[in-house]
Design a protein around this ligand. Sequence first.
Ligand code: C2E
Ligand code: CA
Ligand code: CA
Length: 480
Amino acid sequence: DMATAIETLREAVLERGRLRQIRDMAQQLEHMAHHDALTGLPNRVLLMKTLENRLEHLSASGQPFNVMLLDLDRFKAVNDTLGHAAGDALLVAVASRISSVLGENDMVSRLGGDEFAIIQSVTDDCRADAGALAKRVVHAVSRSFNLEGSDISVDTSIGIACAPDHGTSGTQLLQHADLGLYRAKSMGCGLFVFYEPGMDMAAQHKHALEIDMKSALENREFELHYQPVVNLQSGRIVAYEALARWRHSKLGIITPDRFITLAEENNFIKPLGEWVLAQACTDAMSWPKDIRLAVNLSAVQLGNDDIVPIVDRALETSGFPAERLELEVTETAMLERDSSARALKLLKERGVRLVLDDFGTGYAGLSTLTHVSFDKIKIDREFVSGLPGNPMCSAIVNTIIDMAEQIGLRVTAEGVEDRDQVEALKLSGCDEAQGYYFAEPAPLAHVLKNRAVITPVGKDEFGDTVRSLQETYCPPQKAI
Ligand code: C2E
Ligand code: CA
Ligand code: CA
């Protein structure tokens, strides 16, 4: 009996030991699940749980609190130049600096990368409390760090949302703090910004794009698509218009209406425009000699002093003849400056053709035509889309074509999408047309491989033209 009792006791002791071990392991796992391994700070999971608790507490006792999101300015540079180990050391040091300036009931968590979040208990006034803590954090982080013998300095930007005014769920508070953070970053380093209801995602996306744009050219994310311009009498392709596309690594293809204005705002249009001209001229060198190339120039490009040398360089480097280049500018561009008109005059002297784009939609109207000697005008899609049913559109299109004829300009109709429009334009005596009816813009390789660019017209009177185009312009051996 004694022996059995001892054995049972031994087993029980062992079991207890095992249980304790299991309990310790469970605690460790629990800790790991809620904390960041590098800095030991609470992680996103614990942050979300704490937010939910605080929100419950808020609805029970009315106790408001603040949520702050911060990330480090220039952290990537440290990582890139000093390596990941130094980057990690910096994050640990930053975590400890932030912790040292927190109030007793505040919590800082690391969300990943160089992103941290703070939940701040409010004792007095939400904004005053948040402002005071944000200043302490910015100051603490901005003091230089000594890493592996070198002094490193970084800054932090902070976005702040106050509960309950700025959100009633954890996710919403974080989203709103994030909007504040984006704004803070766009304004400079070391700033904090409170969420405001007007801050919308569109503006934030725009800002994010602006940042990505800076590296996109280097990363070869821009490409050119080409859309044919067809002569309405012969049915032949007489030109291709180069249209820029941005193949964003995360967002996919972005069309120019989303990035050209942005590029103009931050003067990125200069390097981008230079690349477009050089690439398009190089691409067009492989085309048959009677096909022209059209390239768009924005008002900002035209206003830059060096637009003429940039065009010269593109032509020289590629060997593309100036006479086959058409530069498309808008009426608005012409209004901007006298220097634009001067630049166009110089380009014209080189043999380049000038095209007035989007005609009828700008402010300048007919007077533009008297300042610069254009070769061609493009009637905006807005008027073409009303053909043939809308009498006002028909009248405008006819008037433009008549006027152009009288002053010796050619006319291209843009945005032609159906057969009836083609017929109406032919009747009006329009010279050229461009639009999805013939072909959508497509990458160079696709255009050359898929020679039947005006396939949709294939079966009727344009059918013959399609076949002859395939043979005349892009014999298979030349295709790629
Ligand atoms: P845009 O010069 O008026 O170019 C024509 C636009 O209409 C293109 O849009 C084209 O894809 C679209 N389009 C063509 N046919 C049709 C049609 O039948 N129906 C409809 N609904 N749309 C049609 P995309 O490529 O998005 O370009 C938009 C604008 O961005 C261009 O208008 C041009 O002003 C500007 N852009 C494009 N590439 C460049 C560039 O390399 N540099 C500069 N500065 N601006 C560019
Ligand atoms: Ca154009
Ligand atoms: Ca246009």
